[in-house]
Design a protein around this ligand. Structure first.
Ligand code: FES
Length: 106
């Protein structure tokens, strides 16, 4: 009788992959990137219009959202709107959420 080999263990599931950390971008580097984001698409209001309203009506982020509805639809612009208010820039490149948070943490 030949020796039997024990059954091999089932294959283990690979560890979930962590998405790569996007590179930190400096404010100066923003100028070198193509600015492609300039509005809340859901409410069709530009960042320039938002900045004007914030200045004219002394709105906070929450006030701006209540006044215009920006950031309350799909919410994908919310980080951009925060960055617009923090920097005064009305056109931004496409950024990863972590990159936006990196700016706002400074
Ligand atoms: S793009 Fe602003 S809420 Fe959807």
């Amino acid at each position: 009788m030949s020796p039997t080999t024990p059954p091999s263990p089932p294959p283990s599931h690979p560890e979930p992959r962590t998405p790569p950390t996007p590179p930190r971008v400096s404010l100066e580097q923003l100028d070198g990137l193509p600015a492609l984001v300039d509005r809340c698409v859901c409410m069709d209001i530009t960042f320039a219009e938002m900045l004007e309203l914030v200045e004219q009506e002394r709105l906070t982020l929450q006030g701006l959202m209540a006044r215009t509805g920006c950031g309350t639809g799909c919410t994908s612009c919310r980080g951009y709107v925060r960055l617009v208010l923090a920097t005064g820039r009305d056109r931004l490149p496409v950024l990863e959420p972590a990159q936006i948070e990196g700016f706002l943490d400074r």
